[in-house]
Write a protein that binds this ligand. Structure first.
Ligand code: ATP
Length: 357
């Protein structure tokens, strides 16, 4: 229904709280119907973006356009935007039904229509049998579904989700993530989803936007951002463990003025490999293992390998970096220098990549 509505455009958005610059000159476009995931470390300005779009706060400068219209003068309750918070923010004195209907009553939606929407949202999220319960009679996962359902009943053109899955345990996160994707697929509504969970960052969005210290560093399809980080900030943030970065090249070959990066999965255990290292610690994760190693020159490298590597702390090993997957960055500016492989084959693929600093 609203697949062609809900485009958001942020232009030069700047916001400070006292001496803290929460956002600095952010330009970002969210396409109609897109699910955009916003990631970044704590305090990078993710929630601030959502609050500004929802109208809960005002920017110091810059513009917010929804469907091409500047919303500066539109009060929060008139914006066709629904926000879902990590802490659910349910009314404790109201039942699930009461929570779902509350926003509709305020907006004077007729009773029959409101009931229809509440039931449809509850059914969609599998909480129809909980309509008469109070929030304190439900699990965290159920409460989160109620919070999502409460956003659904408003039938907004934009959903703003501020770490909605953060309080759930791993299994529930996985299940609720699938629900969220299904809701997005069914409704086709624009969603901006904030997380600092690596798996959510990679799996949930059509595109990923990486924010750091109030600046937008890169926007693009998740795999592209992962494979071709635009700068050292993105390289060091995405990935768990993150990319191994060596200033000056060091063990990866001297590269004055450059920082060379290799992801843990791009370092193969190979008895003939050019890099010598000692295992300092092993993280066995069941399906895989992370070896924390140290080279003779003191460089530490994280290596991702299969679970049956047979190595213990203290063991020596040799490593071979995948030459196609070595990243180079200007050490001073942090900006990516395209590798030989990329300039040959992938010119243009970074076109939609924001390279702002
Ligand atoms: N109301 C406020 N008053 C003062 N400073 C604030 C306020 N809101 C946010 N900030 C500051 O602005 C910066 C950005 O905050 P924001 O909440 O947007 O970050 P975030 O990326 O969402 O972080 P988190 O992942 O921890 O939720 C932080 O330095 C924060 O301390």
């Amino acid at each position: 229904m609203s697949a062609d509505r809900g485009a958001i455009r942020l232009e030069g958005l700047t916001k400070a709280y006292g001496s803290v610059t929460a956002l600095h000159d952010v330009d970002l476009e969210v396409r109609a119907g897109e699910l955009l995931t916003l990631v970044g470390p704590s305090g990078s300005g993710k929630s601030t973006i959502l609050r500004l779009v929802a109208g809960l706060d005002r920017p110091d400068s810059g513009r917010i356009l929804v469907d091409g219209t500047d919303v500066a003068q539109v009060p929060p309750h008139r914006r066709a935007v629904a926000m879902v918070f990590q802490d659910y923010a349910l009314y404790p004195h109201l039942t699930v039904r009461g929570n779902l209907l509350f926003g509709l009553r305020v907006r004077r939606v007729p009773r029959a229509e409101a009931d229809r929407r509440a039931r449809a949202a509850a059914e969609r999220l599998g909480i129809a049998d909980l309509l008469d319960r109070y929030p304190d009679q439900m699990s965290g996962g159920q409460r989160q579904r109620v919070a999502l359902a409460r956003a659904l009943v408003r039938e907004p053109t934009v959903y703003l989700l501020d770490e909605p899955l953060a309080s759930l345990d791993a299994q529930l996160r996985f299940a609720t993530r699938a629900d969220l994707l299904a809701v997005h697929r069914d409704l086709g509504t624009t969603m901006v989803h904030v997380t600092h969970d690596q798996a959510e960052a990679m799996t949930l969005g059509d595109r990923l936007a990486v924010l750091h210290a109030g600046r937008l560093h890169q926007v693009g399809p998740p795999q592209q951002v992962y494979d071709e980080p635009a700068d050292l900030v993105v390289a060091g943030f995405l990935g768990s463990p993150p990319m191994n970065l060596v200033a000056g090249g060091g063990i990866f070959g001297e590269a004055p003025g450059l920082t060379v990066g290799v992801r843990p999965e791009d370092l193969a255990l190979d008895p003939d490999g050019p890099i010598e290292a000692t295992v300092e610690a092993v993280e066995a994760l069941g399906s895989e293992a992370i070896l924390l190693t140290r080279c003779p020159d003191g460089t530490r490298l994280a290596v991702r390998t299969g679970p049956r590597h047979g190595l213990r702390a203290g063991a020596g090993l040799r490593l071979r970096p995948d030459p196609q997957r070595m990243h180079r960055f200007d050490t001073e500016t942090g900006q990516r220098r395209a590798s030989v492989a990329e300039t040959g084959q992938r010119r243009g693929s970074v076109a939609e990549t924001g390279r702002r600093r």
